[in-house]
Design a binder for this molecule. Structure first.
Ligand SMILES: Nc1ncnc2c1ncn2[C@@H]1O[C@H](COP(=O)(O)OP(=O)(O)OP(=O)(O)O)[C@@H](O)[C@H]1O
Ligand SMILES: [Mg+2]
Length: 161
């Protein structure tokens, strides 16, 4: 990590807390943000993404579930929100078929589960959300990326929940 990057760690003790972290970050997110979500099965990537979506103004009528078979769900909100889950992606060529470049080029906010599989295709300004399983209900949420962006997104986060 170079001096232009920042890393913040947040401890979550419940799914609700992870959702609240996503919500707070979603409220501050803006067109062009790309969130790369990483962490084992059940780590809480979709849970976080649900909060992120609400923070972006995606209505309660939309349930946020992993787009496992479609690879991509799109939701309307304050910004357009693109939720990818690339777990089942076979070759990065499939991303082109989806029109992936369009989605990470500033016309909305993207969250990509299993983003480590497509690391080479991520923009340099990507914010990584790494979820680490600690215990049944406990996770560490590690947020890293460009210093200014991370500061804006997580600034005073603790005081909001
Ligand atoms: N602190 C926590 N944060 C997030 N989820 C938690 C926490 N504690 C328990 N859980 C539970 O862990 C599960 C997380 O599931 P989720 O679908 O968000 O994981 P995921 O990382 O998206 O998995 P997958 O790789 O299968 O897509 C949920 O059942 C949730 O209730
Ligand atoms: Mg998931």
């Amino acid at each position: 990590m170079n001096k232009e990057s920042a890393l913040v760690e947040i401890r979550s003790e419940s799914a609700e807390q992870t959702f609240a972290v996503g919500l707070a970050i979603g409220r501050r997110a803006a067109d062009g943000d790309v969130f790369a979500l990483s962490g084992e099965l059940g780590a809480g990537k979709t849970c976080f993404t649900g909060g992120l979506a609400r923070g972006l103004g995606v209505g309660e009528e939309y349930a946020i579930t992993s787009p496992t078979f479609t690879l991509l769900n799109e939701y309307p909100g304050r910004c357009r929100f693109f939720h990818f889950d690339v777990y089942r992606l076979n070759q990065t060529g499939e991303l082109d078929d989806l029109g992936y470049d369009e989605y990470v080029s500033g016309k909305g906010v993207a969250a990509i589960e299993w983003a480590e599989k497509i690391a080479d295709a991520l923009p340099p300004e990507t914010v990584w959300i790494t979820m680490l399983y600690v215990h049944e209900n406990e996770r560490t949420i590690r947020i890293s990326g460009p210093r200014d962006r991370v500061r804006t997104l997580v600034n005073d986060l603790k005081r909001e929940d």
